[in-house]
Design a protein around this ligand. Structure first.
Ligand code: GAL
Length: 818
């Protein structure tokens, strides 16, 4: 960076008008050419020709597409591919090329990638520009030296190695790309850092630190907080906001800082930074404090895929995920196990969600042969700095995590690495604590715990939370939380009998898991176990459940890998699974997780209501399970369970009381385990403090008669990105969900929209996600419709299914006001 002399003491109220010299940010997602080489989607191999970066290379046969793009989600599912990464063809080589015109040289030009999976290499006009291996990192390259007047060709090569991930990573330039043009002097990439060190209620001080790139004599920096008009100058500057509107979870107020760079009085760069005014503190006695008040973290871990849409970033799809999680009472998300898309954090800022941003799933020691361990030594510092610099202005971000269950937790070398990583983060941001997710109990006692500010234990509520207890006793000075909890598994709408409390049981059907919410792999446990631990040890500041949404890959307990059979501790279950696997010759079909509280399509499983009951105690709610369509079980024991935010409930079968039950200490669900099935109607009336509080009814449904459609939004923007998620329900003639129906539904669309994905939440299905038909899974499927850029009008989506009355929904697409 060039040296900088700051001119101080200038009047700041009359900034010059926008000048032609200011930065220009251009959406660079449109009109790319794309081709795959190496491992092809159909399993064949295609040799990669040399010289594809050269402008003269023949790319006439390549596909034309817009970014963001995930080549893996296009499929097909292939039986012989790994279960743990979703049986999708994401591995292989991909090339993207974009031709663009430059009218005049003279400006500095940068290309910004929010993320490309993976091992990116970039060329401009055949000249090598740079590389960035980590598929979850954001990076910027300067193109200026390679740019020419007239036509330019940007080429990007990506290379996804097999066995480089423990979940579905996706493939391609799956996040946004921008071109940024600036003057010679500019605010450096991620060069603004806003902190709010003090927040008295009457006024807040806002500290701004600016890093410049290309500064020379006569360079000056001015700041203005737009909403309040507060302003000042300098690369280190403190402004005051009177009567600040604080950022909190109920009112996530935001401010915009405008930074202006002047050169001899003329504006050369201007940049806006959104920030929030808030304080955070992690204590050992009052938990996590936001603006001085305790907030229990009711968190979930999330992987980055968007279900049937794959990993290609879409703001509305992310927003919908957060809406569904918030409705459950979730107030915190851990971006397991990698930095998220920037849009995710913008949404969390706006929607009032606390975020832990995590850097890595592996350090030097690998978990899969081609994972980040290959790059750790050379790249960890750059990746960590990129993560912190990009995200440190988001009020939603409250913790940095250096890693998840890294294999080095137990040894001295790992403790040293952990300290180094913490130091790197601290050198960029001292306002947030550093943490790591530890599954090895030793990490709480071997010195590793001293290398982080707040300590996260994964799966330690079991055995009466003995490690939580020991940690709290030994470390009264280190805040503790459950960085990964529960890992209960279930399939939406599946129930197997006889019901058992044994966590190793509950598998049944065709690779499904019972939704009575007791089943979990050996290291894990049902949600109630964590609830009890948190209630017994209220100093623990919260939990992050594994996971909010189902994700593609890691279909435990059906992973096929060596741990699969071990997930069943019950010998009978194990024998049954072994026989089933042998019959299939090893290539078993499951391809997405069972861990989600919500399924891959965003449909809540039963567990959703168990968490809602705890996380939203003031919301009157009751949820009864299972469904009540068991013609083959008349007279047989069919347990009925209720999740409620009340403290007591009475269940009725066909109007007859089955008894009133009250939650005991450390009891989180109410159970009627000896109910004999009779068709008709189950009903629950829940009570709180003796007064009626909430009801739920579960009738026996009739035969499938019609389709019911509901769009999450009936008006969307005609911007070519916005989405409407349409839930299709197989209904009886009264409109009641037919819970065990699997009818296939076909879709047609008219008007300015297209079908971009279909799904049903069944972790075993190999039907393509990009199609115009889908089987329902236990009565539901999903179709996702996208607008067409610049075309306003009415989209008509029609669903039909053999023997059922079909339906059409209309969605309006609107041009934005400008
Ligand atoms: C944890 C791990 C997660 C996921 C989970 C499944 O140990 O950190 O990434 O694999 O197990 O239960």
């Amino acid at each position: 960076m060039n040296s900088l002399k700051i001119i101080v003491g200038l009047a700041v109220l009359s900034l010059p008008l926008v000048s032609a010299a200011e930065r220009e940010t251009i959406d660079f997602n449109g009109g790319w050419k794309f081709a795959r080489f190496g491992a092809m989607p159909d399993g064949s191999q295609l040799a990669e020709p040399a010289g594809l970066e050269k402008p003269s290379a023949d790319v006439s046969a390549w596909r034309i597409l817009d970014l963001p793009h995930d080549w893996g989600i296009e499929g097909p599912f292939r039986a012989e591919l790994e279960n743990r990464t979703g049986k999708l063809p994401w591995a292989g080589i991909g090339w993207y090329r974009k031709t663009f015109e430059v009218e005049a040289l003279g400006k500095r030009v940068f290309v910004e990638f929010d993320g490309a999976m993976s091992n990116s290499q970039v060329w401009l006009n055949g000249e090598y520009v740079g590389e960035w291996p980590y598929g979850y990192a954001s990076f910027q390259f300067e193109l200026t030296p390679f740019l020419q007047q007239g036509e330019n060709v940007l080429a990007v090569r990506l290379d996804n190695k097999e066995r480089s991930s423990r979940w579905y990573p996706g493939g391609g330039i799956y996040r946004n790309v921008r071109l940024v043009k600036t003057a010679a002097t500019r605010v450096a990439h991620w060069g603004t850092f806003v902190t709010t060190p003090e927040v008295p209620t009457t006024s807040a001080s806002v500290h701004i630190q600016t890093t410049l790139d290309g500064a020379v004599e006569g360079t000056e920096v001015r700041h203005e907080i737009l909403e309040t008009g507060s302003n000042g100058s300098g690369t280190d500057c403190t402004l005051t906001v009177k009567s600040p509107k604080l950022w909190d979870l109920q009112s996530p107020n935001l401010y915009t800082l405008e930074t202006t760079v002047l050169q001899n009085g003329e504006v050369v760069d201007r940049e806006q930074t959104v920030f929030g005014i808030r304080t955070i503190e992690f204590t050992t006695d009052r938990g996590f404090l936001l603006n001085g008040k305790t907030v229990v973290m009711n968190g979930v871990c999330q992987h980055h895929d968007l279900g049937p849409l794959g990993t290609a970033i879409n703001t509305r799809a992310l927003e919908r995920q957060i809406e569904i999680l918030k409705e459950m009472g979730c107030n915190a998300i851990r971006t397991s196990h990698n930095p998220p898309a920037p849009e995710f954090l913008e949404l969390c800022d706006r929607m009032g969600i606390l975020v832990q941003v995590e850097a890595f799933d592996a350090w030097k020691a690998s978990k899969t042969p081609n994972d980040y361990s290959l790059h750790f030594t050379e790249w960890h510092e750059r990746d960590l700095r990129a993560m912190v610099r990009r995200d440190r202005n988001h009020p939603s971000v409250v913790m940095w995590s250096t890693g998840n269950e890294v294999r080095e937790q137990g040894n001295a070398a790992g403790i040293k690495i952990s300290q180094q990583l913490t130091d790197i983060i601290k050198s960029e941001d001292i306002t947030r604590p550093v943490t790591a997710g530890c599954n090895n109990y030793r990490a709480g006692f071997n010195g590793f715990e001293q290398t982080v500010d707040v300590f996260g234990y994964n799966y330690k509520a079991k055995q009466n939370a003995k490690y939580y207890k020991q940690f709290l006793q030994k470390h009264p000075d280190i805040p503790l939380y459950g960085s990964e909890t529960a890992s209960t598994v279930s399939s939406r709408g599946e129930y197997f009998f006889p019901f058992s409390e044994d966590k190793s049981k509950g598998s049944g059907g065709y690779f499904q898991v019972s939704s009575y919410d007791f089943t979990a792999p050996s290291w894990a446990y049902r949600p109630d176990v964590e609830f009890e631990a948190l209630d017994r040890y209220p100093k623990i500041f919260g939990e992050f459940v594994w996971t909010g949404f189902d994700y593609i890959g890691e279909p435990t307990p059906y992973n096929k890998d060596s741990t699969n059979l071990l997930n069943f501790t019950d010998p009978k279950q194990r024998a049954r699974m072994k026989a089933e696997l042998e019959k299939l010759g090893g290539d078993i079909p499951p391809r997405s997780s069972y861990f989600g509280i919500v399924d891959l399509c965003g449909f809540p499983k039963d567990r959703y209501f168990l968490y809602q009951a705890r996380w939203r105690p003031d919301l009157p709610m009751a949820h009864i399970l299972p469904h009540w369509n068991w013609p083959e079980r008349v007279g047989e024991v069919t347990p009925v369970h209720v999740y409620t935010s009340g403290d007591e409930a009475e269940v009725f079968l066909n109007g007859k009381s089955l008894g009133r039950k009250k939650k005991g200490l450390y009891e989180y669900r109410l159970r009627w385990d000896d109910v004999l099935y009779q068709p008709g109607e189950l009903k629950v009336i829940a009570y709180k403090n003796g007064k009626p509080w909430a009801e739920d009814v579960m009738p026996t449904a009739g035969d499938a008669a019609k389709l019911s459609l509901s769009a999450d939004r009936s008006e969307i923007a005609a911007d070519g990105r916005d989405l409407s998620f349409i839930t299709v329900q197989i209904s009886d003639q009264d409109g009641q969900l037919v819970p065990r129906s699997h009818n296939e539904v076909a879709f047609t669309i008219e008007g300015p929209g297209k079908i971009v994905a279909v799904g049903n939440g069944n972790p075993v299905s190999h039907e393509p996600f990009q199609a115009s038909r889908r089987k329902a899974f236990n009565g539901l499927c999903l179709v996702v419709v996208q607008s067409v850029k610049g075309e306003a009008g009415i989209i008509r989506l029609t669903a039909s299914s053999d023997g059922l009355i079909g339906r059409t929904v209309e969605i309006k697409t609107l041009k934005s006001a400008n």
